[in-house]
Ligand binder design. Structure first.
Ligand SMILES: C[S@@+](CC[C@H](N)C(=O)[O-])C[C@H]1O[C@@H](n2cnc3c(N)ncnc32)[C@H](O)[C@@H]1O
Length: 288
């Protein structure tokens, strides 16, 4: 009787439909069973199964980490046991031998929303990407990196998503702007050969801009729609592998004498220049 009344209004009908969809979702069920905080864990697992970029011993930054499902996956992957292959030449067979060494990596989870503790993960949950680089949260991040003696990282992942408005064009450009900023942040910290993974909504210019920019700076860029991503969502992931910093794409040195504001401004101009360059190459290729 109570539930009949509860679900009688149209808003409640909507909630009921959402609950039925949610409960019958196989990835939601699996996330409960496997103790992940969100179904998004399976997107990262799937992308890593395809390209195996997460390796034992890696240092990885997870941006927009709340509630923490990706960090849960990361902490398992970077602390995994290393499997070594040994060839026995005389019999021409391969045997797998488990190395008893457990390689320890580092996971840093950043978000503007609270993240409950995850064993083995360093959390800064009052961090906002759009905050000034001299802000408290960025000072805390710098202090954490210093304490971990980590000047550069193997990978930066960004599953960040701004509040969606429902208007496609606005949402597409808002997420693209956020991910451009995420990459600007990532390139200061990425090691040569490092990786960058980010979420975007499929859309013409903004999506292509970031893709071309990454293509010009990484050895390989993959566009991925994981099967665990809802089919009605236009989200896609760009996975950029083999970062190639060169003279024009120098990661910003943390101990640089330059004033912080000048450094951010220079970096912004550099990103704009690279986008324009990528657009020019794209137009030239189209004309061919
Ligand atoms: C889709 S959720 C991430 C889910 C996460 N990958 C997981 O598996 O649990 C997107 C997150 O991006 C964060 N976010 C959006 N804009 C941000 C910003 N400017 N700075 C920091 N975090 C941001 C939101 O707070 C939200 O927690």
């Amino acid at each position: 009787m109570f539930f009949k009344q509860l679900f009688s209004t149209s808003a409640c009908q909507h909630t009921k439909a959402w609950m039925i969809k949610h409960v019958s979702d196989p990835y939601v069920r699996r996330s409960v069973k496997e103790n992940y905080r969100a179904r998004s864990a399976f997107k990262l697992i799937e992308m890593n199964d395809m390209h195996q970029f997460l390796q034992p011993g890696h240092t990885v930054i997870d941006m927009g980490a709340a509630p923490g499902a990706w960090s849960q996956v990361l902490v398992k992957q970077v602390n995994a046991r290393v499997e070594k292959q040994k060839k026995i030449t005389s019999t021409n067979e391969f045997v797998h031998r488990t190395n008893p060494d457990l390689k320890c990596g580092t996971v840093i989870a950043l978000d503007r929303s609270p993240i409950f503790e995850i064993p083995g993960v360093h959390i800064i949950d009052d961090w906002n990407l759009t905050a000034d680089t001299t802000s408290d949260c960025n000072k805390r991040l710098q202090a954490l990196l210093n304490r971990l003696k980590t000047e550069q990282v193997d990978g930066v992942l960004s599953d960040m998503c701004p509040n969606v408005t429902g208007c496609k064009a606005i949402d597409q450009s808002a997420i693209a702007a956020l991910q451009h900023q995420a990459f600007d942040f990532a390139r200061r910290l990425l090691k040569p050969n490092g990786y960058f993974l980010c979420k975007l909504f499929q859309g013409h210019e903004t999506f292509q801009d970031l893709r071309s920019l990454l293509e010009s700076l990484f050895g390989a860029v993959h566009v991925i729609k994981p099967s665990s991503s809802r089919s009605e969502s236009s989200e896609l992931y760009l996975l950029a592998l083999e970062y190639r910093p060169d003279a024009t794409n120098r990661p910003i040195n943390v101990s640089d004498n330059q004033n912080e504001n000048t450094r951010v401004e220079t970096n912004r101009h550099e990103i704009e220049r690279l986008i324009n360059e990528a657009r020019r190459v794209r137009t030239k290729n189209k004309d061919k």
